[in-house]
Write a protein that binds this ligand. Structure first.
Ligand SMILES: Cc1cc2nc3c(=O)[nH]c(=O)nc-3n(C[C@H](O)[C@H](O)[C@H](O)COP(=O)(O)O)c2cc1C
Ligand SMILES: C=C(O[C@@H]1CC(C(=O)O)=C[C@@H](OP(=O)(O)O)[C@H]1O)C(=O)O
Length: 388
């Protein structure tokens, strides 16, 4: 499977085309809209989220609630476009006002300056419109389709927030992935630890009051994963590499770890590697899951555990020093609006990109065209792996 996205942050709409989704998957717009709504929530977001109510319009590839095997096209309207019609229209404009509106002041931490130099744009709006995380709306839409596909195969994906602005969740235990999903859904910062969640919200409010922004850490857990997804035989087939790349592709993500991750550097092998067990009912399992469900670029059958680090939002009300590219003079930026923290939303995006990679590797490995055949192939493989 593959997908492309198109659309500017303040343009008329965002679009994604998903190619290779098998036929026979039950899919409703509501499945996608639920995920879009989850991405819009979370303490710390700016005024833009009050303007938008993201809904997907399925314009191809689904008939009577079931996928056809043909490309699936999804469109999400930018309601904010009504305020930007003159600035973001596709037709040529010929007025001096437009030149005056050009953005020549790059924000440290955003794509503005590098993108402007690379593409030769004197108006940095031509960069910020596409580098904006608004694009993650349709990545979540694509991920929603992948999540539905995985769910139909008994695979569940859940994301939650572990840390915001230095406040760590101490209590991160849960009985089942369904409970993890329910508890995070009820939290305004998508965090399992209620006490830490209160402190996280305070940290976000404090940062906002100070004109600052904060980042954090999110975790994605996947359960019900078949053993042996991915491959050890070639670098670009290693699933851990694909998952890390997916997380790093999210705007503002600067680090990723799988299982115990960076902690593995501080522990001896005897405390890191997961001992192997076997039973008639379960087949091969592990005593622990420090590997986060991945060894040799392949799934072990244990839950996949991936974490990602999000840096603080670059657009600050308390501006950092930068240079106006027209005057070459330093300036103190003036800001219209921005999120002060988007870590909770980012945990939903992280779920989506992980779900897409997993759905993709499953379809590669277990057949392409029909959900019923993919299901049969997985069941046969699981039976084989259990007895192996
Ligand atoms: C959900 C989400 C919301 C974001 N909101 C903002 C924002 O309001 N203002 C901003 O400057 N950056 C925001 N960002 C981060 C920028 O998009 C990101 O820092 C920028 O694209 C530069 O890319 P890089 O940080 O990956 O290098 C957001 C990121 C995510 C994931
Ligand atoms: C629009 C979204 O996030 C945007 C991501 C973003 C950025 O620079 O990444 C900047 C802000 O956009 P605006 O300048 O229009 O307020 C955020 O609101 C969204 O998540 O749907």
């Amino acid at each position: 499977m593959r997908y492309l996205t198109a659309g500017e942050s303040h343009g008329p709409q965002l679009t994604t085309i998903l190619e290779g989704v098998p036929a026979g998957l039950e899919l409703l717009a509501e499945d996608i809209n639920t995920e879009l709504a989850r991405r819009q929530k979370g303490h710390g977001r700016g005024r833009r989220m009050q303007i938008e109510t993201d809904r997907a319009n399925i314009t191809s590839g689904v008939r009577h609630g079931v996928t056809l095997g043909s490309p699936i096209a999804l469109v999400v309207e930018n309601k904010d476009f009504t305020h930007w019609r003159n600035i973001m229209g596709a037709d040529p404009v010929d007025n001096q006002e437009e030149v005056k509106r050009q953005i020549s002041k790059p924000r440290p931490g955003h794509a503005d300056l590098n993108g402007a130099i690379k593409y030769g744009h004197r108006d940095m709006r031509n960069v910020l419109e596409r580098s904006s995380a608004r694009e993650t709306t349709v990545r979540v839409a694509a991920g929603a389709v992948a999540k539905k596909l995985l769910k139909s195969l008994g695979i569940e994906v859940a994301g939650h927030v572990l840390e915001i602005g230095g406040v760590k969740a101490e209590n991160t235990s849960y009985d089942s992935i369904q409970q993890l999903q329910e508890l995070t859904e009820a939290s305004p910062v998508r965090c399992l630890d209620e006490e830490a969640a209160q402190q996280m919200m305070k940290a976000i409010d404090d940062a906002k009051e100070n004109g600052d922004s904060i980042g954090g850490i999110v975790e994605v857990v996947v359960e019900g994963v078949p053993t042996g997804l991915g491959s050890h035989v070639h670098y670009d087939r290693k699933l851990d590499g694909k998952l890390a790349s997916a997380i790093m592709s999210i705007n503002a993500f600067k680090g990723v770890e799988i299982g115990v991750g960076f902690e593995a550097a501080r522990k001896p092998g005897s405390q890191v590697h997961d001992e192997i067990l076997w039973s008639e009912e379960e087949g091969y399992t592990r005593k622990t899951n420090n590997a986060g469900g991945l060894e040799g670029g392949m799934t072990t059958g244990m839950p996949i555990v991936v974490r990602g680090v999000m840096k603080p939002i670059p657009t600050l009300y308390k501006p950092l020093q930068s240079i106006d590219i027209e005057t070459k003079e330093p300036f103190q930026a003036s800001i219209e609006r921005s999120d002060s923290c988007a870590v909770p939303a980012a945990s939903v995006i992280a779920e989506a990109v992980i779900a897409w990679e997993l759905a993709n590797v499953i379809i590669d490995q277990f057949g392409h065209d029909r959900m019923d055949l993919i299901r049969e192939n997985i069941e046969r493989h699981e039976e084989y792996a259990r007895k192996f």
